[in-house]
Design a protein around this ligand. Sequence first.
Ligand code: SF4
Length: 53
Amino acid sequence: MKINKSIGCTVNECIHHAKEQSYCSLDHINVVKHHTTANSQESTDCGSFQASQ
Ligand code: SF4
């Protein structure tokens, strides 16, 4: 599997996760916010996440 060392990620439940290492395998991800104004780390997330099952 391809590993993009520019995108670290610990979400190993995602189909794009590089499993044995804490990186994403995509070339590009979309980071999104949940609220109109993001005012904390929890307000943001990976919009490219896809559940593995
Ligand atoms: S798509 Fe997002 S959540 Fe999934 S492995 Fe890549 S960075 Fe992590």
